[in-house]
Design a protein around this ligand. Structure first.
Ligand code: BGP
Length: 472
């Protein structure tokens, strides 16, 4: 649809950016922090660093927040490391961990930056993983106990809460994310049981948040990407419906409507992945009412029909590269879309399509909690970093987001990935996303100096003009 006039971004639009604890903080075993599954990860793709020092935000947070303030951030989305707060997953609370996030939140508030807190971003406590992780139903209560500590400690200053980051990617790409327990037998069946436990845990925490903090707002934070059929062949359209139902709507339908959608459920039945649902679970799902939807968007997905039988997967992939399911859908590379240096497709128009689809389906306000371009940035001899490719990427996505707003979608914030350079989940330090360069290499930490990139200055103008000035 063409519009004669574009609707402006709202006056209190939450411009900001995101990070996650294990990718940015470092200090993995300092001040009483316990190990998470990310700290204990043994296999890293060759030539890529672990997360032990990352961007050392733990020791640089004041400098980092002051740079965010210089950009004019209205919000900062970060995650809290469960093992900094409760080192063993349950039981004793670590006062030093509580203190760190108190300091961070206070620093943000000093600059009028709204803290947006993700409770759990891939870094399950290692002690809980040893006890079966999300396969163990007791992890539900552990998450509720941990969430209660967060709501108690920070609820006086934090209004926006996100439950679980990209639960759908943990289920579909746990291996690529480095969080899949290698001892799991009948992996897929087990994963959908874990998924069910996470859905119940999330619903309990949403309800708890509303009881404890009536003025707070809380929502889920999956990775949502609209799925296109490879062609207009009816079988390809069905495959796209299948993948939309399994990848996207399963997670949002459960969070918002408290039910499994019919297509996803029939997929679970067909494959033999139906989870055990205990009496009362569906009531818990139905009772929870998120206040908004947060979602991460990188690019749409494209699939074609799969006519094969069997339960084996088709191909390999990561959170942005489709792994097919025999008889259900098969990944297809969209010939109309460019890719970045790491093989991820780029689809700004698909961003508008995804926003429209999510809003029409759920009618809840939306905040974007990730979107961004991973690239290999270069420091020029004069010290500048000219990441015009990143600016172009953002510009195109912001244009499409404004078109979606003009289409009637209620978007109240944009926190792309990432505020500052951090360690990519599986491509190490060289795949950079930040507005702020962190001077370190894969295995040479150098001085971890912070250098604003060209995109830093561009985003500063975008925010100052409330999204009116996108050119550079
Ligand atoms: C999302 C995760 C982030 C981040 C991002 C970029 O799936 O929520 O934690 O990792 O993707 O991915 P990568 O680091 O693999 O490039």
């Amino acid at each position: 649809m063409k519009h004669k006039n574009l609707k402006p971004f709202s006056n209190n639009f939450l411009w900001g950016a995101s990070t996650s604890a294990y990718q940015v903080e470092g200090a993995w075993n300092e001040d009483g922090k316990g190990p998470s599954v990310m700290d204990m990860r043994e296999e890293f793709p060759e030539g890529t660093t672990d997360f032990k020092v990352a961007s050392d935000h733990y020791h640089h947070y004041k400098e980092d927040v002051s740079l965010m303030a210089e950009m004019g951030f209205k919000a900062y989305r970060f995650s809290i490391a469960w093992t900094r707060i409760i080192p063993n997953g349950t039981g004793e609370v670590n006062s030093k961990g509580i203190e760190f996030y108190n300091n961070l939140i206070n620093e943000l508030i000093k600059y009028n930056i709204e803290p947006i807190v993700t409770m759990y971003h891939f870094d399950l406590p290692h002690v809980l993983q040893e006890k079966g992780g999300w396969s163990n139903r007791e992890t539900i209560e552990a998450f509720v106990e941990y969430a209660k500590v967060l709501l108690n400690s920070y609820g006086d200053r934090v209004k926006y809460w996100l439950t679980i980051n990209e639960q759908n990617m943990m289920i579909m790409h746990g291996k690529a994310l480095g969080i899949l327990d290698s001892n799991l037998e009948e992996v897929d069946c087990e994963l959908y049981q874990q998924n069910h436990h996470m859905l119940v845990a999330q619903a309990k925490v949403i309800d708890l948040c509303h009881q404890m903090l009536p003025a707070a707002l809380i929502g889920p934070a999956p990775n949502i990407a609209y799925v296109y059929p490879a062609t207009s062949k009816p079988e390809d359209v069905l495959a796209a419906q299948n993948f939309n139902a399994i990848r996207n709507w399963l997670y949002l339908d459960a969070a918002i409507y408290g039910r499994y959608n019919a297509t996803a459920w029939s997929f679970l039945e067909e494959k033999g992945y139906v989870p055990t649902i205990v009496d009362g679970d569906m009531d818990i799902l139905q009772k929870a009412n998120p206040d908004f939807i947060a979602f991460n968007y990188y690019a749409t997905k494209t699939v074609e029909a799969s006519v094969e039988d069997g339960n084996e997967k088709i191909g390999t992939g990561d959170q942005e590269i489709v792994i097919g399911e025999k008889g259900v859908y098969k990944g297809h590379s969209n010939p109309h879309l460019p890719t970045n240096d790491f093989g991820w497709q780029i689809d700004p128009v698909g961003f508008r399509a995804t926003l429209r689809e999510v809003y029409e389906r759920y009618q809840l306000p939306i905040i974007i909690t990730e979107n961004g371009l991973g690239a290999i940035d270069k420091v020029e001899e004069d010290g500048s970093i000219n990441d015009t490719y990143r600016i172009n990427y953002y510009k195109q996505h912001l244009e499409q987001m404004q078109l979606a707003i003009t289409d009637g979608v209620d978007v109240f914030g944009y926190c792309p990935w990432s505020a500052i350079d951090l360690i990519s989940t599986h491509s190490g330090a060289k795949k950079r996303y930040g507005f702020i360069f962190v001077d370190r290499e894969e295995f040479n930490l150098k001085e971890l100096r912070r250098i604003p990139k060209q995109s830093f200055y561009w985003y500063k103008d975008v925010i100052a003009s409330n999204g009116e000035s996108l050119d550079y």
